[in-house]
Write a protein that binds this ligand. Structure first.
Ligand code: CA
Ligand code: CA
Ligand code: CA
Ligand code: CA
Length: 530
């Protein structure tokens, strides 16, 4: 959006504009490259101002609604499908176009194959009911993504092939029968063989005193060489999201975000040390925080290499800043991410947040944040009209809401979602799965965006997609993880916004600690294999 003053006073306005745009873009303003020699001073100044006004401000993302291109699919069901509704995004046929699996609740789960230009077709998969979500993971390291499908009842592993054809491989992969109300998932590799997988469970449906205050235990699936054994992870506080990642200390730990059901049991957010197989306590600097945890997003936004953690909830959405001493501190309110109530409309009741994800939607080099929102169902304490958020990070590190302007403010009860580049133009698009309403997809059509780079790692051995690796592009570091979000995740190349940079240095720390460095021109996907 450009605001031209009615009368431009060149002398007075030149500097403020220069400063304003420079600050907004977070970089030095480039001098105009055309020849202004010989033009009058007044005209020269006008040309410079015009160029400055037309420089990329990266400030106003524009999305176009392509939901009508999607075959019909909703997430449905009664109270036991108030939570869940995740999407898993991956390329399951090797054409680079992201495809996706969507949970259906009491409707059958569905697989959508991306045929290009924002067209999707429903593909055949085994009939699966009572699904809550799914995470892509290549369990057998054959280069084809598999899906761990979360259900109310036995969870299912679908084995993928080169053509988006999935078959039930729960028995073939010797996955134990875990018949609970599963709502969260994460995974990591402790060696070069099979992954550890962890399942977060919600309410214990077998508890005669339930459903309230009857949180089930969680489970770790531990590889034994050729199959798995299960180990209970207790206490469980009704997990709705789990993420195994390097924490603020740089140690691989499992963060568990827990829902409100635990309040009577004095529950709290949990952090489990993977190597030591124990929960952190106050002695470790793990402060007890109690929220209505629904989803986890994680990304370094302060530039110190430590990932911040964003936790969706009811009312305040909580951003925790990773500290140098390995602890987390709640971000100041002024940061602009609390998003505690609808940002427009006249429903002033608190918001309900679900999936959250960081991603640089304008490629200016700063991570932005998408949050899906929606009432549990008809909960009168919370907003019914609760639009999804798109928070753009400014150069000073604060965030500003642009959801309405960008065209992604939906009135539906949103649950799972994904920021992913569905048309491979380098701009992150948005997919949203809704409770009792059709799927939505929005194409990012922002014209003035920065350069970008995507990085995809693969390696030989049991951890084909190099989960646990760190990828540094310029000064921006991302981890390759499985987990987080709300009931769904993605396995896609990492996306980096580069701002005005037309090339970047890439440093990869592979899961075994080996480091490799690379150079790449901007605006492409770099595939690194070892
Ligand atoms: Ca594809
Ligand atoms: Ca596989
Ligand atoms: Ca950005
Ligand atoms: Ca795109």
């Amino acid at each position: 959006m450009y605001l031209f003053p009615k009368q431009i006073s060149f002398k007075l306005r030149f500097k403020p504009y220069k400063i304003w745009f420079g600050k907004l873009a977070g970089q030095e303003i480039e001098k105009p490259t055309f020849n202004v020699k010989g033009t009058s001073k007044k005209l020269k100044n006008f040309i410079i101002i015009f160029v400055l006004l037309c420089s990329p401000s990266y400030a106003s993302p524009v999305f176009k609604d392509f939901s009508n291109n999607l075959p019909h699919h909703i997430y449905s069901g009664e109270w036991n499908h108030f939570v869940g509704g995740g999407v898993a995004v991956m390329d399951c046929n090797g054409d680079s176009l992201p495809d996706f699996f969507a949970a259906g609740g009491t409707e059958p789960a569905a697989l959508f194959t991306n045929t290009g230009e924002f067209n999707f077709i429903k593909s055949n998969i085994p009939d699966l009911f009572d699904t809550t979500g799914a995470y892509p993971i290549d369990i057998n390291a054959d280069g084809h993504i598999d899906l761990f499908v979360l259900r109310i009842g036995p969870n299912v592993v679908l084995k993928g092939n080169a053509n988006c054809e999935f078959v039930d491989a729960t028995n073939e992969f010797q996955i134990p029968n875990t018949s609970q109300w599963s709502t969260a998932f994460s995974a990591w590799w402790s060696d070069d063989k099979l992954p550890h997988m962890v399942i977060g469970n919600y309410v214990d449906l077998g508890d005669p005193d339930g459903p309230f205050f009857a949180c089930d235990s969680n489970q770790v699936l531990e590889p034994t060489g050729d199959g798995y054994i299960t180990q209970k992870l207790e206490p469980g506080f009704c997990a709705l999201s789990m993420l195994a990642a390097r924490d603020a200390s740089g140690i691989m730990r499992l963060r568990i975000s827990n829902d409100r059901q635990y309040y009577v049991r004095n529950g709290y957010e949990q952090m489990w040390d993977i190597a030591e197989e124990r929960f952190l306590t106050e002695i470790d600097g793990w402060k007890k925080v109690s929220i209505w945890g629904m989803g986890i997003a994680s990304r370094d936004i302060t530039g110190d290499g430590r990932d911040e953690v964003f936790l969706t909830s009811m009312g305040d959405q909580l951003l925790q800043i990773a500290q140098e001493d390995g602890t987390y501190t709640a971000a100041p309110f002024e940061i602009g991410t609390y998003a505690h109530r609808p940002y427009f409309g006249d429903d002033g009741r608190p918001s309900t947040g679900w999936h959250a994800q960081f991603g640089d939607v304008n490629n200016d080099g700063r991570s932005d944040l998408f949050i899906s929102k929606g009432n549990v169902d008809q909960m009168p304490s919370n907003a019914i009209y609760d639009p999804n958020n798109l928070l753009i990070q400014k150069s000073d590190g604060t965030f500003v809401e642009v959801g309405l302007l960008a065209g992604i403010a939906s009135k539906e009860r949103s649950r799972g979602a994904a920021l992913a580049d569905f048309d491979l133009d380098g701009r992150l698009d948005i997919l949203v799965l809704n409770r009792r309403a059709p799927l939505q997809i929005y194409r990012n059509e922002t014209e003035k965006v920065g350069h970008w780079l995507k990085v995809k790692l693969t390696q030989v051995g049991g951890n084909f997609d190099a989960v646990g690796a760190l990828v540094k592009v310029g000064e921006d570091v991302q981890q390759i993880t499985i987990g987080g979000g709300h009931a769904g995740g993605q396995s896609l190349p990492l996306h980096f916004g580069l701002g005005s940079s037309t090339a970047a240095n890439i440093t990869v720390t592979w899961p075994d600690g080996a480091v490799s460095t690379h150079n790449a021109n901007a605006d492409q996907t770099v595939k690194l294999h070892r």
